[in-house]
Design a binder for this molecule. Structure first.
Ligand code: ATP
Length: 244
C-alpha cells in the first residue's frame, strides 16, 4: 500500500502496480507477469505516463481494423485480467470481438481464476476454456501454442496485449492481423504486430473502446508510428534534461 497523495504525478502508476500485485495475490498473475509489468513501468516513465500522439493514431487504426474484421478475438492473459477486466468486456462489446483466455505460463487454476474474474465483470462466452475445442498454432513450443478452434485459431484479427515476440510472430505466420498494446516500442512484439499501441493498456483501452464506437479510417504505417513513439520518448527526455 502506498501513501502518496492522489494528486501526485506518480499516484496513478502506483495504483496500477497495486492492482497488479492484488491480482498476483489472487492467483491471476504469474511471477513472470510481475516482471513484465516492471518493464512496462519503466517505459511508461519514458513516455511521460500519458497517451501520446503516436498512441492515439494507432488506436484509431486499431478501431478501424477491429470494426472491419470478420472474426476478431481479444487474447487475455493474467496481467490483462488483473488490470482491466471490465474494460476487456466493454472492448469486446464495442468491437464485436470474442474473448479468449490464452496464457504463457498456463495452469488450470490460473485459467479458472481469470475466467471467474471476467465472468464476474459481465463477460458472455469465453473461449480457450474447453480442452476438447483446442488446437495448436505451429511455430511455438509451449502452452501458448494451444488456442481455441473457434477463437484465435479461426480469427482474422487478434488483439494480443502485453505479449511476447515469439507468439506474435506465430500469429503473423498463421495469417492473422495482430494488434498489440506494448509500452516498449522496441520489443519484438511491437515490431512484429500490424498495429502497436505504445501506451499503458490501462489508459489506452478506454480510448480504443471509444474509437470502436465511432471508427474512421486513417493512413497508418506501424514502422513509421513506432519511430514516432521513439521520437516522443527522446523529446520527453530532452525536456527533462533541460530542467536538470
Ligand atoms: P518481446 O518478446 O516482444 O521482445 P518481452 O520479452 O519484453 O518482449 P514480455 O516479457 O512478454 O515480452 O513483456 C511484455 C511486454 O508488455 C513488455 O514489452 C512490457 O513493456 C509490456 N507491458 C507491461 N505492462 C504493460 C502495460 N500495463 N501496458 C502496456 N504494455 C505493458
Amino acid at each position: 500500500m502506498n501513501h502518496i497523495p492522489k494528486s501526485h504525478p506518480r499516484a496513478k502508476s502506483l495504483y496500477i502496480r497495486e492492482k497488479l500485485v492484488d491480482a498476483f495475490d489472487a492467483g491471476l498473475v504469474a511471477k513472470e507477469g510481475l516482471m513484465a509489468h516492471g518493464r512496462g513501468e519503466a517505459f511508461d516513465y519514458l513516455i511521460g505516463e500519458k497517451t501520446s500522439k503516436s498512441a492515439k493514431k494507432a488506436i484509431l487504426a486499431a478501431a478501424f481494423m477491429l470494426k472491419n474484421a470478420q472474426n476478431p478475438v481479444i487474447s487475455v492473459n493474467g496481467n490483462m485480467a488483473g488490470l482491466c477486466p471490465k474494460e476487456i468486456i466493454l472492448l469486446a462489446k464495442a468491437a464485436g470481438a470474442k474473448i479468449e483466455v490464452n496464457l504463457f505460463y498456463a495452469t488450470n487454476s490460473r485459467r479458472q481464476k481469470i475466467y471467474s474474474a471476467l465472468k464476474k465483470n459481465g463477460a458472455g462466452k469465453i473461449y480457450g476454456m474447453d480442452k476438447k475445442n483446442s488446437t495448436k498454432l505451429s511455430g511455438l513450443d509451449s502452452a501458448r501454442r494451444i488456442v481455441d478452434r473457434d477463437g484465435i485459431y479461426s480469427a482474422d484479427v487478434v488483439v494480443v496485449p502485453l505479449e511476447d515476440g515469439d507468439r506474435t510472430l506465430a500469429l503473423k505466420k498463421a495469417g492473422k492481423k495482430v494488434i498489440t498494446f506494448d509500452l516498449n516500442p522496441m520489443s519484438r512484439t511491437a515490431e512484429t504486430a500490424d498495429i502497436t499501441i505504445v501506451d499503458n493498456v490501462v489508459r489506452a483501452i478506454n480510448h480504443l473502446i471509444k474509437s470502436c464506437k465511432n471508427p474512421r479510417q486513417v493512413k497508418f504505417d506501424n514502422k513509421k508510428n513506432l519511430a514516432l513513439a521513439i521520437k516522443e520518448i527522446k523529446t520527453n527526455l530532452t525536456k527533462r534534461a533541460s530542467h536538470a
